[in-house]
Ligand binder design. Sequence first.
Ligand code: NAD
Length: 443
Amino acid sequence: MRVSIVGTGYVGLVTGVCLAERGHDVLCVDVDPVKVDMINSARAPIHEKGLPELLSRNCGHRLRACTDLADAVAATDLTFIAVGTPAAQGRIDLRHVERAALEIGAALKEKERYHAVIVKSTVIPGTTIGLVRTALQNASGKIAGDGFGLGMNPEFLTEGTAVADFSQPDRLVLGAIDARTHDVLRELYEQFDAGIPRIITNPSTAEMIKYASNAVLATMISFSNEIARLCTAVGGIDAIDVMRGVHEAAYFTARRADETITAGITSFLEPGCGFGGSCLPKDVTALIGQGREHGLDLGLLRSVLDINRTQADEVMRLIGRHFDSLNDLPVAVLGIAFKPDTGDVRESPAFPLIRRLKARGARITAFDPVAHPHEHEELSGVTLAGSLHEAVAGAQIVVLVTRWAEFSNLAGILQTLARQPLVVDGRRMLDPWAFDTYEGIGR
Ligand code: NAD
């Protein structure tokens, strides 16, 4: 199939290379010419495992990038909308989606052949059959379901494992307004394993499946952090052992004769320094905003965000057990990316912590193996180290924020230093007994 994708970010690009790898002809469209040039010269604009290989295999023949959306619509049978949907002032900002839909609509006006438009961006339920349909119809002068097809196919990939997630998805949610668009979506994913569950539904249900999926993960994380706070307050309880005890329940860990299968959700049932990234915070915010517009107070989800917003205070409390003043104290922050195996720093939990450390006058050095956001406003006044060793040499406090595998070498590196810092383990990935002074979330 000939596919165009508007928005060549984490989702658009990974979708593009993976569909090209399956034999589709893909045209990626972005307003950013630098990204377009990089893709056309097979250079990955983002850090994602497996992406460079897929780019170099498909670039120039099955995968191309351009800035001209009208040409891309004319040359293809299906267009995905994969632009960003940030949250602003407590609700979803659909500006990019609307602009993309208007431009696609204008291109459809000039096109005679049937064309399907599929929303892949995470959009609040009702957006595809509301704002997107209206923009497409107004700009094209055609009627959805007659002049063109309209659907919603949410994306569940996770940064860090995006290529593998897209290539072997756990489910395919195919929402469409009519049978013809459903047929197009079925055909698009025909070569994917027949065993993958396919949820055939309407666009609004597809949209809500994505939000409910993200909201449950955010809820599990904040739940674990709230339990961990109580463990710390009571004393003598280790939240990690508590959660391990929870994980062993038969509804999380199934045991058969010779195999034990632990549900992946248990990795969200662990205390830490909070969730970040470009999805969970903004998607929960958007859901709460939609509830408000419908006269519903989504109190549970408001608490999920409140707990997350104040999780950096837990790290500060652990530091406060050892230091009254942080003024001019050298502090190393390990991890700037919001999670390991990505360079994405959007809404990283490192930032609220850095803000608090700055406010207390600490001298901060930060290190991340992949993310080097030198110009980021949250990092003004922060020194970016070139290595783990450089970051921790001279530090009196080391705070681990991101679960990068490289940080498991911390104890070995500290042993080579004359002075031993306080180590605050925001992810509980280190051995407490390997350090002179150690604090861990929920311990
Ligand atoms: P991103 O910010 O990485 O990429 C968006 C891209 O769209 C940018 O390159 C931008 O230049 C481009 N763009 C914006 N307006 C455009 C227009 N009118 N025409 C052409 N290009 C335009 O965003 P992302 O992380 O890929 O997320 C995209 C959507 O997918 C969001 O709705 C997000 O919630 C959702 N999503 C993201 C992830 C993830 O892990 N990042 C996972 C699942 C779903």
